[in-house]
Design a protein around this ligand. Structure first.
Ligand code: BGC
Length: 752
């Protein structure tokens, strides 16, 4: 690795002497181990830095309104980069722009330390894939990894070298708007998705020009806000934290994630940004994380409202001491750390530790070798929103769609259809199709459903109108919608939530279809025409009436740039739906929190009409659509479950195989889901836990034998002493097409 500016040359030559000396057998500065090139480089850079320059590296700021035409940041911030008071920026995007900002940092600051450019690249950069919850519904880890890879390629071509993704928060509360950003309710599946996304963003080698630093967020338990209300407190037990919320964060670490973000919430009454328990005990000591931790937006300042510090200076001290390395948005580190250090209220070693971690990340990104490697205008022109990327987005969008109902096989529709009525606020709504966290996506690049239908059926007449808006009480469009519907052979309803209804600060108390859309649907229902509901949403919704009255319902989520084409592919049979729900759809908000891996209780409802059991007086316990549910245009049969051995040792795996057959007449994919239940344990265990799955493609009439392995260590539990242990005993094995549609069962024994 060769540094490229004169300033860094001097650092590099100091370092080279030190490194060579060590290789010649002298003691390294701290011990007798040879130092790595990275730590040698970072040490020698740190040795040249003033305290203020170190603190500058811990400071991340956003762009501001006072725009300078060349840099799009105000002159004060440009000066702060020059004087080494800013180490990273968020929200400035563009190869040319970021090159200029990087030039200021590298050419005009004393030590020439390059900047990190952060951005929320969550489900695509300019080519938008479906929202993350939808991606998770594909159960296709390769496609999910590829989506993150494409996002990284596009973002890195446009000046970005750090994404605030993946969000790995598990959530069992669909009222919370940010469920759209995660992988759903299951810690096992959520962990696999987290790892896939990290691999996609970071690739094998972070220093490549098209890989970017990932950030696992929001550490931790943010997915469980009390009453589903955004930013409210989290009241999870230490057990729930360990069993449900931490696993995907650990999986992200095992996949090599470079950074973590704290969360807005609190754990055990301590705001996450000053939680030593989370940031030091778990993340660094227990897990050995050596990357850096950034706060969520202005969470240091928010400590004052939490009532745990009197002012931002105390907040800066507490968060640094807890294990935060970078302050996003509070400017508390830059304003107070130097003064605090001078008074002895924070240690310079703690500041240096944080600086070191950030410099390491910059080193790993290859920024000291070539600070301009992520600002390549040619790549920005040629590698963004390419036909290939659009095709991948279309592929993932259709894989993410879940067929919720299909009475009498109304779907797929015939392509020879002549007159279609497309009605609903999402009919031709490019902005809403993109979903929240749209990155650099532009409505003009989006294929709406109307466009998708026109592309699919060039000969047909598509009558289209919104009929109603996503919100409000305006019914003036009903008549036109009804008139158009009357003229058509089939009605396609494009209804649900807009992009505003989910995402950050979009908790909803009622998770139904908003506005007067349901009234419009009921009017159209009276026409007694075939109706296909295409549902758009960022969270599970309560759609009991639709389920009872509509023949076909396709869950399309918020499907991104190629959404319209992808939906048309599914509606007209060019793609057989294969998605499965990563989150339970309740029948009522009263069932929330709701999830498939609940406990049996001492008084389970055995369905025998008993009064004194754990159930509601007014509604069933069961959801409308369970976790893992999703139909296909074909049918699958499961048979011949064969366990290799009915008894396994603790250090072994359970091996088994089964046969799956496509017994219908259309090619299709099935997600075979494997659940286990620990039948007798020292602590209560869920009635089902997902432990493996496989998505298989089968031609009509084709059968395949599918092999599975569950390492026994995956069956460990947290005992009363809070230790992870494998308890010997009997386990039930359940294999099914959803968590509620178990087709094959057996038992095995974990030996003593
Ligand atoms: C969100 C984070 C996001 C950050 C920066 C915050 O409001 O909680 O997820 O990364 O803003 O945009």
């Amino acid at each position: 690795m060769q540094p490229c500016t004169a300033k860094r040359l001097s650092i590099w030559s100091n370092f080279s002497i030190l490194y060579a000396t060590c290789l010649l057998g002298c003691d390294s500065p701290s011990d007798n181990q040879p130092i790595s090139a990275e730590s040698g480089f970072v040490d020698s850079l740190l040795a040249e830095m003033t305290l203020e320059e170190k603190i500058g590296q811990l400071n991340l700021v956003g762009r501001d309104g006072n725009l300078d035409s060349a840099t799009k940041i105000g002159p004060e911030k440009a000066d702060a980069i020059r004087t080494g008071h800013i180490g990273s920026l968020i929200g400035v995007v563009g190869a040319g722009l970021n090159r200029e900002l990087q030039r200021i940092a590298v050419e005009e600051s004393r030590l020439g330390i390059p900047l990190l450019f952060a951005r929320d690249v969550i489900h695509g950069f300019k080519t938008l894939t479906p929202i993350p919850l939808a991606e998770a519904a594909s159960w296709d880890l390769e496609a999910i990894e590829k989506s993150a890879r494409i996002a990284a390629i596009e973002a890195s071509a446009s000046g970005i070298n750090w994404t605030y993704a993946p969000m790995v928060d598990i959530s069992r509360d669909p009222r919370w708007g940010r469920v759209m950003e995660g992988a759903g309710e299951d810690p096992y599946y959520g962990s696999l998705v987290a790892a896939a996304r990290v691999r996609g963003f970071q690739g094998d080698d972070l220093s490549q020009h098209n890989t970017i630093l990932a950030c696992a967020k929001h550490f931790a338990a943010y997915g469980s806000p009390l009453a589903g209300r955004e930013y409210s407190v989290t009241e999870v037990s230490m057990r729930e934290l360990e069993e449900i919320h931490l696993p995907p964060f650990k999986a992200a670490l095992d996949a090599g994630v470079g950074t973590y973000m704290t969360s807005f919430t609190e754990v055990n009454a301590v705001p996450a940004t000053i939680s030593k328990f989370l940031l030091t005990n778990i993340l660094r000591r227990r897990w050995g994380f050596d990357g850096f931790v950034v706060t969520d937006w202005s969470t240091i300042t928010q400590l004052i409202d939490h009532g745990v510090v009197p002012d931002s200076a105390s907040g800066a001290a507490a968060s640094l001491q807890a294990g935060v390395d970078m302050d996003m948005g509070s400017e508390a580190f830059t304003n107070y750390l130097a003064g605090l250090a001078k008074k002895g209220l924070v240690s310079e070693q703690d500041i240096e530790k944080a600086t070191r971690r950030i410099l390491q990340a910059k080193y790993r990104l290859g920024l000291f070798e070539d600070p301009y490697r992520y600002t390549n205008s040619k790549r920005q022109r040629t590698e963004v929103l390419t036909a290939e990327n659009r095709m991948a987005a279309r592929d993932l969008a259709r894989k993410s769609m879940v067929l919720l109902k299909n009475e009498n096989k109304l779907l797929p529709l015939s392509k020879s259809i002549k007159r279609v009525a497309l009605i609903g606020p999402m009919s031709d709504a490019p902005k809403a199709m993109m979903g929240r966290w749209k990155g650099e996506g532009k409505p003009g690049d989006v294929v709406t459903l109307l466009q998708g239908l026109k592309n699919k059926l060039p000969q047909a007449t598509i009558y289209s109108t919104t009929g109603a808006d996503f919100e409000g009480t305006d019914r003036s469009g009903f008549q036109e919608a009804i008139a158009l519907a009357r003229r058509s052979e089939v009605i396609i309803l494009a209804v649900g939530e807009s992009q505003r209804h989910s995402g950050e600060a979009s908790s909803r108390a009622f998770i139904d279809i908003p506005g007067v859309q349901m009234e419009l649907i009921k009017e159209l229902h009276k026409l007694e025409k075939p109706i296909v509901v295409v549902l758009f949403n960022g969270r599970p919704l309560t759609i009991n009436w639709l389920d009872e009255n509509m023949p076909s319902i396709l869950e399309a989520w918020l499907p991104g740039t190629e959404g319209g084409n992808a939906i048309a592919d599914v509606l007209f049979g060019d793609y057989n739906p294969s998605g499965k729900l990563p989150m339970t759809f309740p029948i009522s908000e009263g069932q929330i929190p709701i999830f498939y891996n609940y406990k049996n209780t001492g008084r389970p409802d055995k369905g025998d009409g008993s009064r004194w059991v754990s159930r509601y007086y007014d509604i069933p316990n069961e959801p409308l659509y369970p976790f893992g549910f999703g139909l296909s245009y074909t049918e699958f049969e499961y048979s011949d479950l064969v366990l290799q051995s009915a008894t396994v040792d603790k250090d072994e795996s359970v091996y088994f195989s089964l046969n799956v057959t496509n017994s219908g007449s259309i090619r299709g994919e099935e997600v075979i889901q494997v659940y286990t239940r620990d039948l007798l344990a020292s602590v209560t265990r869920p009635v089902k836990e997902l432990k493996a799955f496989n998505k298989v493609m089968l031609e009509p009439g084709e059968s395949k034998v599918i092999d599975f392995e569950i390492p026994v260590k995956e069956l460990q539990l947290l005992n009363e002493e809070h230790q992870w242990v494998i308890e010997p005993g009997e386990f039930q094995l359940m294999i099914g097409s959803s968590s509620a549609d178990i087709r094959l069962t057996d038992k095995f024994l974990v030996a003593k």
